[in-house]
Design a protein around this ligand. Structure first.
Ligand code: UDX
Length: 452
């Protein structure tokens, strides 16, 4: 290939749209491919099907400059591209912990027979270790000039553009110097800006993503396990996290105790990682990830129990206000959302739950139509006996007791993200509860009765 390589991005989901728009902004000609014609039309018209700050502007700039467009045609992609990025989703298989790789395989099966000149196919999707090697064999069988590389993506929702254009590290799993060279050329700008470039095997590149997510999930569950201990031993996990985080060997990131992690990546990725380890006969090595998952899910049950306590032991018919539906602030994603799970548990306990979220209401309604939603915070809190802060949106963390005065029927609040100032709420006469602090009567009684 001579001159600037032309790129295709296969799969126009979170990853694919961000990658396509970002590579166009780096000056490459990009063709995005998706089988969903309505999505393709929407993207070509400059509209994002997802909520991601800065991405729509980037997409529109790319469309305006004629650097990016979208199609449903794989044959167009095959003749257009010198480098093809696989960005399809790998969700959790229903009824199993394994990843569903059907979209990745379908994408390669559609592209490979159409390739008729040397090209590089670069996997970015999160896949179980071993997948790339299999895909490489399939690819070279269909087109001897086609080579596979793996280049995992570490972007976070809410900062996807910055994470793509200015990443900490670019990991490339390659089987030739030529592939490495092409990837260096594509990422020249972020590399010049200081991103680390780590060249490794296909397997290590696949593992890099699984291991990074497993570590992040473990860090969150570690602090949430400490929260459980604090609840039973009388400690305060917020202070504990601050103390741990001040040690540079530990660091403060991902030590926010609370309702735990959710979203489209961490939960399913650590489950798929465990499942893959078991398939490889190395299940024992990742057995701890089952506990990481269990700790994470226990936080949801604990939050619901706190609401039950504040409601006096019976939630039947009790009006409850749930603040948050997105799995984290800055996103409208409700996949494996801890907040929606808690809303569901409370509903199951008989409460009359009303959910409010500044960005994720539409998605929440689609995912859990059985729950009730309100268009504003005040509407959701109207007449509530218990308010639960479950996603730390700025609109919620800025809440004051005065702002809910005359709206709620009873002054009970659960701060499941440790985002509010406890003293302020208590001084205003509220019953304030948080995760990771033993402050309720039941905890005190248990502490007093506990043996030395
Ligand atoms: C994550 C990884 O960070 C990213 O590298 C990978 O590519 C995809 O998965 P994302 O799912 O966008 O990104 O969210 P992230 O910001 O990592 O947060 C994940 C979850 O952990 C959220 O539910 C968040 O609320 C929770 N979290 C995060 C905590 O509970 N405590 C913390 O200290 C940090």
């Amino acid at each position: 290939m001579s001159g600037e390589p032309r790129l295709t991005v296969l799969g126009a989901g979170y990853l694919g749209i961000t990658h396509a728009a970002s590579m166009a902004s780096l000056g490459f000609d990009v063709l995005g491919v998706d089988t969903d014609a309505a999505r393709v039309d929407q993207l070509n018209a400059g509209h994002l099907p997802i909520y991601e700050p800065g991405l729509e502007e980037l997409l529109r700039a790319g469309l305006g400059a004629g650097r990016v467009r979208f199609t449903t045609s794989y044959s167009e992609a095959a003749s257009f591209g010198d480098v093809h990025f696989i960005c399809t989703g790998t969700p959790q298989q229903p009824g199993s912990n394994r990843a569903d790789l059907s979209q990745v395989y379908a994408c390669v099966a559609a592209l490979a027979p159409l390739l008729d000149r040397p090209c590089l196919v670069v996997g970015k999707s999160t896949v179980p270790v071993g997948t790339a090697r299999r895909l490489a064999a399939e690819l070279s069988q269909a087109c001897p000039g086609a080579e596979l590389a793996w280049n995992p993506e570490f972007l976070r929702e809410g900062s996807a553009v910055a994470d793509t254009l200015a990443p900490d590290r670019i990991v490339v799993g390659v089987t030739s110097g030529r592939a490495e060279q092409i990837l260096r050329q594509l990422y020249a700008r972020p590399l010049a800006a200081g991103a680390a470039f780590i060249v490794t095997s296909l397997e290590t590149a696949e593992l890099a993503k699984a291991a990074a997510n497993a570590f992040l999930a473990t860090k969150i569950s570690f602090i949430n396990a400490m929260a459980e201990i604090c609840e039973t031993a009388g400690g305060d996990v917020r202070d504990l996290a601050q103390i741990l985080g001040a040690d540079p060997r530990i660091g403060p990131a991902f030590l926010r105790a609370g309702l735990g992690y959710g979203g489209g990546c961490l939960p399913k990725d650590i489950r798929a990682f465990s499942a893959r380890a078991e398939e490889l006969g190395a299940g024992a090595s990742l057995a701890f990830l089952r506990e990481v998952d269990a700790i994470n899910l226990r936080r949801r049950a604990r939050t619901a129990d706190l609401a039950l306590e504040l409601a006096g032991g019976n939630l039947t018919g009790v009006p409850v206000c749930v603040l948050g539906a997105a799995f984290k602030p800055g996103s409208d994603d409700v996949r494996d959302s801890p907040a929606l799970d808690v809303a569901q548990i409370l509903t199951g306990m008989g409460a009359r739950v009303t959910v409010y979220d500044p960005a994720a209401l539409e998605n929440a309604r689609r995912a859990r139509p059985e729950l009730s939603y309100a268009p504003t915070l005040a509407d959701a809190a109207q007449g509530a006996h218990v308010v639960l802060l479950l996603t730390e949106w700025p609109e919620f963390t800025a809440l004051t007791p005065a702002s809910l005065e005359g709206i709620v029927a009873r002054r009970n609040i659960i701060d499941a993200r440790n985002a509010l100032d406890p003293a302020r709420w208590r001084e205003a006469g509220w019953e304030y509860r948080a995760l990771g602090v033993a402050e309720d009567a039941a905890d005190r009684a248990r502490l007093d009765a506990s043996p030395w």
